[in-house]
Design a protein around this ligand. Sequence first.
Ligand code: 2P0
Length: 359
Amino acid sequence: MQIMSSAAAAPNIALVKYWGKRDDLRKLPINDSVSITLDERELCSTTTLVLGGKIKHDIFILNGKRGPDAHISEALMLIRKRLGKKYPLIRKPVLLISQNNFPTAAGIASSASGFAALAQAVAGAFGIVDKREISILARLGSGSASRSVFGGYARWRMGKRADGEDSFAVQISPRAHWPELVDVIVISDVEKKKVSSKAGMERTLKTSELCHCRQEHIGEAVEDVTRAIRKKDFEALAFSTMRDSNAMHATMLDSWPPIIYMNDVSREVVAAIHAYNERAGSLRAAYTFDAGPNAHIITKRKEAGKIVRLLQKIKGVKKIIVSGVGDGPKQIKTPKKTELLVERILGKQDLGDMILGDC
Ligand code: 2P0
């Protein structure tokens, strides 16, 4: 039997961040985190999974190029271990085709959207509808992907169990509850980061004293942001978001050797947002930075134009993307181009390194 399943998912931006694991392989975090899922019409990973095709080993086509990819292989190994008994087809070699609608080199992390799309495609293949299960499947790929399986606003509960069965995301509110928020993404650097999130988290947890201090207060930040989302209290959300981004980057700097993701442009953006809020007399915009220098400015849509014009003036800003809040992953009809590619690949496997084009 051959099954083809396709899904699309968007990245998310964390307001209270995940930076440190209690279990590296299962990707179990040391704290809860809260995020906004972005709009899949702006930023999206589309993944097609073919199960039961006549192939001898896994084949990955990522953004039009044939893999290998150690990260996907590890995720598949964990997913197979989890689902293999109930769904033996997952044990057979798979063909996986994944494409981002944003350039991977745009400085926007694609692992959350990529692994959420993969989890949704696996779920679609086997008729799995339990969101908790889909969130766990996504988490096995990338911790932050566990949150991208929900639209709107999500909280990843760290859980306490060693097997990770209680570590999954839940939805705080759907998009419709607070659709006005946007993420203004300010790109100043498109290079691959020098320290991966995985290595960075390990280093921070091992060497930073400050990391333990952040952990003492992070529960409060998670509750504050969750409450702010429920009450649509932008100022409370903005305050806790900026504080936690600064706190996380402080623990990175406190690591040994220090990890520095923010650059001069990032710091100028921070200053510009503080000045903007000062002039407005209230918190109208909040910056947050992931493991990279590109700023994410959370604001209301009506402020976005002004913020974009303000930040465009900063020297070194290469590109600005504005994304709204998304509805979460979708099971989709496999695009025609991908169907043709699947036929080609299943008919002739010796593709070498050839560029396969858009799918
Ligand atoms: C987050 N980040 O909460 C934080 C903020 C980056 C900084 O989750 O090792 O790609 O695959 O679980 O999820 C980026 O790390 O790491 C991340 P793994 P992931 O969004």
